[in-house]
Design a protein around this ligand. Structure first.
Ligand code: CA2
Length: 157
């Protein structure tokens, strides 16, 4: 019996950068009250509805994020990344995303453009298919929907 395509398809890697493990615990006025495990559950639910499996990771270590991007290059169908503060500093993450050459959506919980000027610069945006910021955890769901459309449109090509 053939295995359904949704079970064989490669996962979407959802990667989260430094301090996002503190979500819901500190600074709720900026980042909301949703914890990272709750955000992961929200992503899993939405991903399942869209026929995706996900790999959901968080690290405070730049090199670990680079390693997961390299893993996604081999094993993933797309990347959703909130690189947190590394967004504004990391040439290493930029280079890894360039090498991965996968459809990538950059997500931020807060609206970067209502915040300090240093948050207006991103090393990731030039490599992303799109950028979503300011919608809290809902932005991750928007990103999954965007990747569904991008990957489906590729299948028809
Ligand atoms: O808005 C976002 O998602 C950010 O990527 C969050 C980063 C920030 O450096 C970016 O400029 C925008 C910071 C993540 C820190 O998360 C915390 C969560 C709760 C308490 C403290 C920090």
């Amino acid at each position: 019996m053939p295995i359904p395509e949704s079970l064989t398809a490669k996962p979407i890697y959802i990667l989260n950068g430094p301090n996002l493990n503190l979500l819901g615990v500190r600074e709720p006025d900026i980042y909301g009250r949703e914890t990272l495990p709750a955000l992961e559950m929200r992503c899993r639910t939405r991903a399942k509805e869209l026929g995706f499996s996900i790999v959901f990771k968080q690290s405070n270590i730049e090199g670990e994020l680079v390693n997961w991007i390299q893993e996604a290059r081999e094993a993933g169908a797309g990347i959703i990344i909130n690189a947190a503060a590394y967004t504004h500093t990391s040439v290493a993450i930029h280079d890894a995303l360039k090498a991965a050459d996968l459809p990538t959506v950059e997500v931020h919980l807060s609206n970067l453009y209502t915040r300090e000027e240093f948050r207006h610069q991103s090393f990731i945006s030039p490599l992303a298919r799109g950028v979503i910021c300011g919608f809290g955890g809902l932005g991750y769901e928007f990103a999954l929907l965007a990747l569904r459309q991008i990957l489906d449109s590729r299948k028809q090509d």
